[in-house]
Write a protein that binds this ligand. Structure first.
Ligand SMILES: [Zn+2]
Length: 504
């Protein structure tokens, strides 16, 4: 995610760079008919017992599909937000079939959750927003009772450790965003957000995916995703990964999306609105797609910097870690590094080159490897911020040292307000302390060990635990091993100290 505070210190002259790219407007094909699409009418049910007069949903998804193996995770209870997520569930694949009615502001969904139980017990739990009513639930095709209290969705069925299951949940309602544990000025809620026009966008760090689907909403539990999104045309639904089909059925737009990399739930995105697509390619051949409102040339121009940003980052970090990259512009004040489909707000700030570089940098630092616990969000933001600083320096002809000097002016204050970057106050998620201190730390490390060792380390780390969630200890031990330096006091001072360490 991008922190707006740095606008104060990071204002750069934004040159409008004319990037000539291949423009290809994706045309919606009108194919076939599906009488079931877009029409759901079910009796409301109680929150504790699914109705028995409905046929249980049938699914082809096999939770033992070997393709899901890469989504097996070492689940944890989060040290900062233990009430969200449950380590007894290791989700492998979410198949989300979502229908959005913008007039009624109503979502109806079928979520197929393939998961591995990590514990033998009589029931298990996912997160699902309180306003959403469960109308039916099955486990491996058998109807099961659920208890939905607050955002806790307890499934009353026994599971056996290391056995895989398919849970299918049908639900409906008007989603409400979750309160964000932060005092930031650019967001106060997370998750499913409905605009005045009935459009939808989601940003959900550190949690909030549960506001729109049943999920184990903790970053250590990565999973694959497939989406089907139905909404009245000309609106359409956008999600992570690649658009695999787009058709119009009885006045409804139906899009399907496939994410071929395992993602943490905070990196999942959903945007519903009127969009047109523009296709491009990085110099290395990464397929790029920009989703912007029809005629919004300002947003499109900003998105077109993506190809240059990918080129610049690949020189620093090595090959782009995923098969494709999309961007979608929504009506928000923030930007979020959602996996393979970055979500940008539509302000001048969030549409700046610096933010584009920052969010793409996260695809290496945050997405292909993600934190296991929210106490380590500094791993994401520190390196994304440092790379952004290096970019800003190159882009404006300044020395990186001078950019760091500017940032250092405020670091003491950030640390005093929200705590040290590696031990922050959970009520101050995503404040400036997790961005600037760790960025300054990386610059100090670079000066200490030299450019060659530093950049080799920065480039290699994202390849060491691809699609995984390495812990802080694994990361810092690896750096010491890789560089041959004893750095425990250095890291301890920068990450856990109450005062900014002395800079060289
Ligand atoms: Zn960020």
């Amino acid at each position: 995610m991008k922190n707006k505070v740095l606008l104060i210190v990071a204002v750069v002259v934004t040159l409008v760079v004319g990037v000539v790219v291949l423009l290809a407007i994706l045309t919606a094909g009108v194919l076939g008919t599906d009488p079931g699409a877009g029409t759901t009418s079910e009796e409301p049910a109680t929150q504790t017992a699914p109705p028995s007069d409905d046929d249980p949903p049938v699914s082809d998804t096999d939770p033992n599909d070997p393709a899901f193996k890469a989504a097996e995770s070492e689940t944890v209870e989060d040290s900062l937000y233990p009430n969200v997520g449950d380590p007894s569930v290791d989700s492998l694949h979410y198949g989300l079939d979502l229908t959005w009615d913008p007039d009624a502001k109503a979502l109806s969904g079928t979520a197929e959750v393939a998961f591995r139980a990590t514990t033998t017990q009589g029931q298990f739990q996912l997160d699902l927003g309180e306003p959403l009513e469960v109308t039916s639930a099955t486990l491996d095709g058998q109807e099961v009772e659920v208890e939905h209290t607050g955002k806790d969705l307890v499934v009353k069925a026994p599971v056996t450790e290391d056995t895989k299951y398919l849970l299918v949940v049908e639900y409906e309602g008007t989603p409400e965003p979750a309160d964000a544990p932060t005092t930031r000025s650019d967001f106060s809620t997370t998750g499913f957000t409905i605009t005045d026009d009935g459009d939808v966008w989601t940003m959900q760090e550190p949690y909030g995916a549960y506001t729109w689907y049943p999920v184990n909403d903790q970053p250590a539990d990565k999973a694959f995703y497939d989406f089907t999104i139905t909404t009245p045309a000309p609106r359409m639904g956008i999600a992570n990964g690649e658009l695999t089909s787009q058709e119009e059925v009885d006045g409804n737009s139906v899009t399907t999306w496939h994410l071929d990399s395992a993602a943490s739930s905070y990196l999942v995105t959903l945007a519903i609105g009127e969009y047109e697509s523009t296709e491009a390619e990085s110099a290395s051949g990464v397929p790029l797609t920009y989703w912007t409102e029809p005629g919004d040339t300002r947003a499109l121009n900003a998105m077109q910097y993506t190809s240059k940003a990918v080129d610049w980052l690949e020189k620093k970090l090595g090959p782009f870690p995923f098969s494709s990259l999309g961007s979608v512009v929504v009506d928000s004040e923030s930007a979020m590094e959602t996996q393979q489909m970055i979500t940008y707000g539509n302000s001048d700030y969030t549409l700046s080159k610096d933010v584009v570089v920052h969010e793409i940098a996260h695809q290496w630092y945050g997405d292909i490897t993600s934190p296991s616990d929210w106490k380590d969000v500094w791993i994401n933001e520190g390196m994304a911020m440092y790379l952004q600083g290096v970019f800003e320096a190159e882009d404006t002809g300044r020395k990186v040292d001078r950019v760091m000097d500017d940032w250092a002016l405020y670091e003491k204050q950030y640390r005093a307000t929200a705590g040290p970057p590696g031990n922050y106050d959970p009520r101050t998620f995503g404040e400036s302390n997790i961005y600037y201190g760790p960025a300054l730390m990386w610059h100090e490390l670079r000066k200490r060990i030299g450019d060659e060792k530093f950049w080799a380390m920065v480039r290699k780390w994202p390849t060491v635990h691809e699609q995984g969630n390495p812990t802080r200890e694994e990361y810092l031990d690896w750096i010491e091993q890789e560089t041959g330096e004893e750095l425990s006091a250095f890291f301890d001072a920068w990450l856990m100290g109450s005062k900014t360490p002395r800079r060289s």
